[in-house]
Design a protein around this ligand. Structure first.
Ligand SMILES: *[C@@H]1O[C@H](CO)[C@@H](O)[C@H](O)[C@H]1NC(C)=O
Ligand SMILES: *[C@@H]1O[C@H](CO)[C@@H](O)[C@H](O)[C@H]1NC(C)=O
Ligand SMILES: *[C@@H]1O[C@H](CO)[C@@H](O)[C@H](O)[C@H]1NC(C)=O
Ligand SMILES: *[C@@H]1O[C@H](CO)[C@@H](O)[C@H](O)[C@H]1NC(C)=O
Ligand SMILES: *[C@@H]1O[C@H](CO)[C@@H](O)[C@H](O)[C@H]1NC(C)=O
Ligand SMILES: *[C@@H]1O[C@H](CO)[C@@H](O)[C@H](O)[C@H]1NC(C)=O
Ligand SMILES: *[C@@H]1O[C@H](CO)[C@@H](O)[C@H](O)[C@H]1NC(C)=O
Ligand SMILES: *[C@@H]1O[C@H](CO)[C@@H](O)[C@H](O)[C@H]1NC(C)=O
Ligand SMILES: CC(=O)N[C@H]1CO[C@H](CO)[C@@H](O)[C@@H]1O
Length: 839
């Protein structure tokens, strides 16, 4: 109710705003336009003060990318720091008329349109509502036709295709257990894709301030509206025209997904509540005796002494035994990843705190004292990722704790609670709340403002940084901005404020952790998992969807969550907590989820301390499902690794919705429970509660059942699958694809890497097929590489490419699936050079 009232109020007050008009000369050059804008009437000052003078800059940065920026003429308004998100520098349009997007504007009142240069189709049109650019409120609306499909604007757990109207997406990173639907979650990705029968384009608003993005409908059509509490309008338009290309164009701006180590694709087991090292050893042993492959174990905050970062509890996780346990895992080719929280215990004598204090690494209140809050460690201080001493301090802590010569030889790091989540409620930071940790001392948070000098892009002074007039719909009480996180009026070392940089906190912690791991092991790819994200976090870290629950509805929506990250938000290595984090998992649901996760990038079973144990070996159905699923996942590991490599090089998504594969098929636009795994596999899990049936949509195309090889002629209709066993998941190969598989799986990914290959050819409509295979050492930042391209012309399979990495395995079988059934040829074809085989 509150939400609707606020929205109505905003609309009526907005219409009384004067908008802007072009003032003086408009400068145009080959690929560049700039103009001054001034208020076109009396300021309306609805949520702050109207900024009198603005600057418009338009750049045709490449043929496919248009940049439109509207900022204050004085360059005081906050802009996302270059160190956090570097902007592209080199522009290269081919000729003045080769751009695929056109920018047009009207001078008074100022409004602009973005159109497709060839057809004139209007993609973005701001004429419907005056531009509002105030000190604490920025408003821009684009009108849209009815026939658009919008996706993105994560992180959320709503439908993958966004609702048409009465829909508000709030972007404000927040800790989010047990929250209502439609809430803001842990990350902010202000980018959307607009898919139409005529093509796909993308729009990225590079802005880290809190915002509501409203989707609505008027008599004449639909609209999308940005209501932002600060920052500038820094818009990037990507022309597509096909969906995969838009993903790639976006990734070029925010960074392509980081390449992960091969082992990270193995199966991970974690749990909050593993009380001591012996318990963890039992988990490893029980996986082994159940015959279920286990690649990596995770250490949640249980390992910590007094729940403090970096320090293992001396009695429950004695250091020497802990080290030798991890070394044993390594001998078995298994791995170990450990958690870190941003909240550092405010405890003189705790060396991590003492060294951070010396380095000036912590946020301070205006009286110079540490800005305090509460996390698992009790009363904590917070790293200021903008302070120059913070990275050296963090790197040093990682080196001290994890250098194998003296510390725990962990393989990767997990950063949690980095929204940043503050258990000290902003309005009651003085101990009314019972302490949720072993630390009984309630924090006393003193807060105050630090004077900041006025420098470029640091943010206007004179703002209400605590309770701005426009309230975004943050899911906490009263929509308070600081609720459950750091006070937004706290300043960072560089003079900016949490008000503007809040959404970057997790991204910066993940980045700092990646840099620290690079110091620890300069030649190896770092593996960092983060809960909080911003645009571009895919280039530094992996992400899980946070604290979901063991519910069928969360199992289902995890597919849409994955697709939003892999296909829209340029993050490859993502996944949900398999079998659910909160509440008790049921056997059947956990069996289904074990299979679902095997066909998603990041595959980790994890649960809360309050949830019953849910390791796969604890149930019969789940053990069987997991064994079968992991077997298939591991045989396909190089196929997926190849797709991940492509994503890291050119942004091509590792998993995508069906409309990426069949952009012209309208039936696919709303599908969110099936997906393309790599380019060639269609995954269609059972999604209804406790069901053994699923309706699988097959576009008009040819498919082959992954498990049986049976050929399926897709007719653009749903096909009902019945009696789908608890250890079964429908998977189909799309005709036209060639897939490399290992001939058999293994208990670890290292064992998988020693297996030979077979190559499956799935003939397409015209009898041909194509595919690829990428091989390297799996861990190095710069490794020798083998890049194989396979092609099939109906008679010959040809393998060509570059062959720089010698893996010591061969292709021992080729299987061709076609209109007349399956043909198999056995042989031995090396992967140290090209080959041809006739079948
Ligand atoms: C515009 O494009 C046409 C062909 O598409 C080309 O012949 C012409 O030279 C271009 N004009 C300029 C000014 O580049
Ligand atoms: C887009 O701009 C180019 C270059 O100014 C122009 O040649 C073309 O006609 C424009 N397209 C449309 C649809 O107006
Ligand atoms: C832009 O929107 C306005 C108002 O909704 C409409 O009158 C105008 O025709 C649109 N412009 C274009 C180019 O579609
Ligand atoms: C491991 O398996 C043993 C034997 O079934 C069982 O007693 C023990 O509780 C299990 N421990 C864990 C941590 O799963
Ligand atoms: C932030 O706002 C709160 C609430 O008004 C106030 O108590 C505190 O002193 C302010 N802190 C700073 C640094 O301005
Ligand atoms: C066969 O179909 C594929 C995919 O539709 C297409 O890329 C390829 O060019 C076609 N090949 C021939 C020989 O027609
Ligand atoms: C990597 O390449 C170098 C130079 O081509 C070669 O000497 C070496 O054997 C290669 N190593 C592997 C593992 O392929
Ligand atoms: C399939 O078999 C039929 C009948 O033997 C034959 O005419 C046809 O050429 C075969 N098609 C292919 C693609 O091999
Ligand atoms: C964060 C989360 O819980 N993710 C999914 C799992 O649970 C969230 C909210 O708790 C739901 O919104 C999602 O469905």
């Amino acid at each position: 109710m509150l939400v609707l009232c606020t929205a109505a109020l905003v609309v009526s007050r907005n219409s009384s705003c004067p908008g802007y008009e072009v003032d003086g000369e408009v400068t145009t050059r080959r690929n560049f336009l700039s103009a001054n804008l001034v208020l076109a009437g009396n300021p309306c000052n609805i949520h702050g003060k109207d900024v009198a003078k603005l600057k418009l800059t338009v750049e045709y940065q490449t043929d496919f990318r248009l940049h439109v920026k509207i900022e204050d003429a004085d360059s005081q308004v906050y802009q996302v720091q270059e160190q956090v998100l570097p902007r592209p520098r080199h522009f290269d349009i081919s000729t003045p008329n080769s751009t695929l997007l056109n920018f047009t504007y009207t001078a008074s009142p100022f409004a602009f349109q973005v159109t497709r240069a060839k057809t004139g189709e209007v993609l973005f049109n701001t004429s419907g509502s005056p531009l509002i650019f105030e000190t604490q409120y920025v408003h821009l609306r684009t009108s849209l036709p009815h026939n658009v499909n919008l996706y993105g604007l994560g992180e959320h757990s709503d439908d993958f295709r966004l609702p048409e109207s009465n829909y508000k997406r709030t972007l404000w990173n927040s800790e989010s257990p047990f929250i209502p639907e439609y809430s803001n979650l842990y990350g902010s990705h202000p980018v959307y894709f607009d898919h139409r029968a005529t093509g796909t384009h993308g729009v990225f608003l590079l802005n880290s301030n809190g915002m509501d993005v409203d989707l609505g409908r008027t008599d004449t059509g639909r609209y999308l509206e940005y209501n932002v509490i600060g920052g500038v309008l820094d818009l990037y338009f990507f022309s597509g025209p096909d969906p995969t290309t838009v993903s790639q164009q976006y990734a070029m701006i925010v960074g392509t997904p980081a390449m992960i180590p091969y082992w990270a694709l193995g199966f991970h087991q974690s749990k909050y509540g593993w009380k001591d090292l012996n318990h963890v050893k039992e988990v490893a042993a029980n996986y082994s005796s159940a015959g279920i492959p286990l690649e990596t174990l995770w250490g949640d905050i249980d390992y910590m002494d007094k729940t403090r970062d970096f320090i293992p509890d001396p009695s429950r996780f004695p250091l020497e035994q802990y080290k030798s346990f991890i070394n044993t895992l390594h001998k078995n080719h298994q791995h170990y990843v450990m958690i870190l929280d941003p909240g550092i215990a405010n405890a003189p004598g705790y060396p991590v705190f003492d060294r951070g204090t010396k380095k000036g690494a912590f946020l301070r209140a205006d009286d110079g004292s540490f800005y305090r809050g509460r996390q698992w460690a009790g009363e904590v201080v917070w790293p200021d990722w903008f302070a120059p001493g913070t990275q050296p301090w963090w790197t040093n802590e990682v080196l001290l704790a994890f250098d194998p010569s003296h510390g725990l030889p962990v393989d990767g790091l997990w950063v949690d609670m980095d929204e940043a989540s503050n258990m000290c409620d902003n309005t009651r930071c003085f101990g009314e709340k019972p302490a949720p940790t072993t630390q009984p001392t309630p924090p006393k948070c003193r807060r105050s403002r630090r004077h900041s000098p006025s420098k470029l892009h640091q943010g206007l002074s004179d703002r209400n940084l605590f309770t701005p007039s426009y309230r975004i719909t943050n899911h906490v009480k009263d929509h308070s901005l600081s609720g459950g996180t750091l006070y937004t009026n706290i300043s960072n070392f560089d003079g900016t404020h949490q008000y503007d940089t809040h959404n970057l906190y997790g991204h910066m912690m993940a980045t700092a952790t990646r840099i620290a791991l690079l110091s620890l092991r300069p030649a190896l790819r770092p593996f960092v998992l983060t809960r909080s994200t911003f645009s571009g976090t895919g280039s530094v870290a992996a992400h899980w969807f946070g604290d979901n629950a063991s519910l069928w509805s969360h199992y289902r929506i995890s597919i849409a969550q994955m697709l939003a990250f892999t296909a829209i938000h340029a993050m490859s290595m993502v996944g949900s907590d398999i079998c659910g984090f909160n509440l008790a998992a049921s056997e059947k649901m956990c069996a289904r989820w074990a299979m679902l996760g095997a066909f998603q990038p990041f595959y980790r079973n994890h649960a809360d301390v309050t949830a019953p144990d849910q390791e796969f070996y604890r149930w019969e159905l789940v053990s069987a499902a997991a064994k079968k699923a992991i077997d298939a996942r591991y045989r396909l590991l190089d196929y997926v690794y190849t797709a991940l490599h492509a994503a890291s090089v050119n942004g091509r998504p590792v998993a995508s919705p069906l409309w990426f594969g069949w952009p012209g098929d309208e039936n696919t636009y709303g599908i969110q429970t099936q997906w393309l795994w790599g380019d060639h596999l269609l995954v269609s899990p059972v999604v209804e509660d406790d069901s053994t049936e699923v309706r699988v949509y097959f576009p008009k195309d040819i498919f082959y059942d992954f498990w049986t090889g049976e050929r399926v002629q897709g007719e653009g209709k749903e096909v009902l699958f019945t009696e789908v066993g608890w250890d079964e998941i429908p998977v189909h190969i799309r005709g036209g694809g060639i897939i490399p598989l290992r001939v058999k799986s293994g208990m670890t990914t290292e064992e998988v890497r020693r297996q030979n290959f077979e190559v499956w050819v799935a003939e397409g409509v015209n009898g041909t097929a194509e595919g690829g295979l990428f091989l390297d050492d799996g861990v190095s930042l710069s490794s020798n590489e083998t890049v194989v391209e396979f092609s099939w012309d109906g008679e010959w399979l040809v393998a060509s490419g570059r062959f720089g990495f010698e893996m010591g395995v061969v292709v021992e079988r080729v299987k061709v699936m076609g209109v007349n059934g399956t043909r198999v040829k056995e042989g031995e074809w090396g992967l140290n050079g090209g080959f041809r085989v006739r079948i």
